[in-house]
Write a protein that binds this ligand. Structure first.
Ligand code: NI
Length: 388
């Protein structure tokens, strides 16, 4: 056999994938620093004779398998980065790097996509078309997907799928839905400049803390007074800083926070209204204030067609379909969905502490079914596209 290593892997697939995941879990790397993770993936893919595309990515990679039969190109994506969190678990494969942890299950996502690649490689002869495997860096910064897109590696891709571990779902449970599964995540900063003075004579200055307080309160009227009760938007001021002692009125105040929306209309409206409030409020006190806006990923957007395919394959694979609660977390998979239709799905990894929690964990039993699911979903998508 020319690909004896692959046969061995397939014969002990679950064991192999668990070992791979534990290894990633022990060696977490932060966004854009996933050098060892990438090296490991290269080695694993190379030994299974899976082709890696030559792309200008510092970390992460895209691999592909082209079937013996002609057909379309689809992509499946797993993200590979970890978080700056101190793991608080007693797992025997606990993070060996203090202050870094796979607390969002990206080690699980990576392993599931790798497992799907192994399975599809073995079925190469019967595959109609090409499957690209995106091992994406820097999901946590919201920038990795754009870096992958910028390489041009996905310009000819007709459908794309991705997954997230779901710590609120049992192993064997699955959820997805049409439309936004995650929210648009934008960040803002507000810099207020007043006039500093002695705290005993405020009339000689312009107190930026008072301005900040009014701005914070007024911002909270946007959702309650300017957004219809049938629309969704969220504004959180999460960081407030001004002054450094008890008897000096400072010159400046700083606010920082996030806006979460699920449709383009709200995403455009909220910052517009925020600008009016920030400027108007500062003006009324004689201060100046500037709103700085930083766009993060848009909302994910699962198309009806691919959502129903994703659900059908899940049912066939024996998953129990669960209705998902609404959430306003972000996911940069949304950038792919701006250009390529597809679906993002949640796979139950056993009930655990939430994503990004130091005690978050993934049940190994979710790995093999996840890999099988994605190999099956990839084949189904290729066949559907081929028939179109
Ligand atoms: Ni994540």
């Amino acid at each position: 056999m020319e690909n004896e290593i692959l046969s061995n892997i397939i014969n002990n697939l679950e064991e192999k994938l668990i070992e791979v995941r534990h290894n990633f879990h022990k060696n977490p790397e932060l966004s854009n620093e996933e050098f060892e993770t990438t090296k490991t993936l290269r080695k694993l893919l190379n030994e299974a004779h899976i082709r890696i595309l030559d792309l200008p990515l510092a970390t992460g990679l895209v691999a592909e398998i082209t079937g013996n039969k002609e057909g379309p190109i689809i992509a499946i994506r797993g993200d590979i980065d970890a978080l700056p969190i101190i793991e608080d678990s007693n797992l025997d494969y606990k993070s060996q790097v203090l202050g870094k942890m796979h607390a969002c299950g990206h080690d699980f996502h990576t392993t599931v996509i790798l497992g799907a690649a192994y399975i599809l490689k073995q079925q190469e002869a019967t595959l109609s078309g090409t499957v690209r495997f995106i091992f994406q860096p820097a999901e946590e910064t919201g920038k990795g997907a754009e870096n992958v897109l910028a390489t041009g590696a996905l310009t000819d891709v007709s459908a794309i799928f991705g997954l997230h571990s779901a710590p609120d779902l049992e192993v064997g449970s699955f959820g997805t839905k049409v439309g936004p599964l995650t929210a648009a995540v934008d960040r803002f900063e507000i810099e207020i400049v007043g006039v500093g003075t002695h705290a005993s004579s405020p009339e000689k200055g312009i107190d930026p803390i008072i301005v900040a307080a009014h701005i914070i309160t007024a911002l909270q009227t946007i959702v309650s007074r300017n957004v219809s009760a049938f629309d969704q938007a969220l504004i959180s001021v999460a960081h407030l800083q001004s002054g450094n002692t008890w008897n000096v009125i400072p010159t400046t105040a700083y606010l920082e926070g996030t806006v979460r929306t699920v449709n383009a209309k709200m995403r455009e409206f909220v910052p517009k209204r925020m600008r009016q409030i920030v400027k108007g409020m500062a003006d009324s006190f004689g201060a100046t204030a500037e709103l700085k806006w930083y766009c993060g990923p848009p909302a994910t957007n699962n198309t009806p067609k691919w959502t129903s395919v994703a659900l059908d394959v899940a049912k066939e694979q024996g998953y129990v379909i669960k209705e998902l609660p609404d959430t306003l977390i972000g996911e940069d998979f949304a950038f792919y969905q701006e250009q390529i239709s597809g679906a993002f799905v949640n796979i139950g990894t056993g009930v655990s502490y939430s994503l990004h929690h130091p005690k978050f964990k993934v049940d190994d039993a979710a790995i093999l079914p996840g890999a099988k699911y994605f190999s099956q979903l990839a084949k189904r998508a290729l066949n559907i596209l081929k028939e179109e």
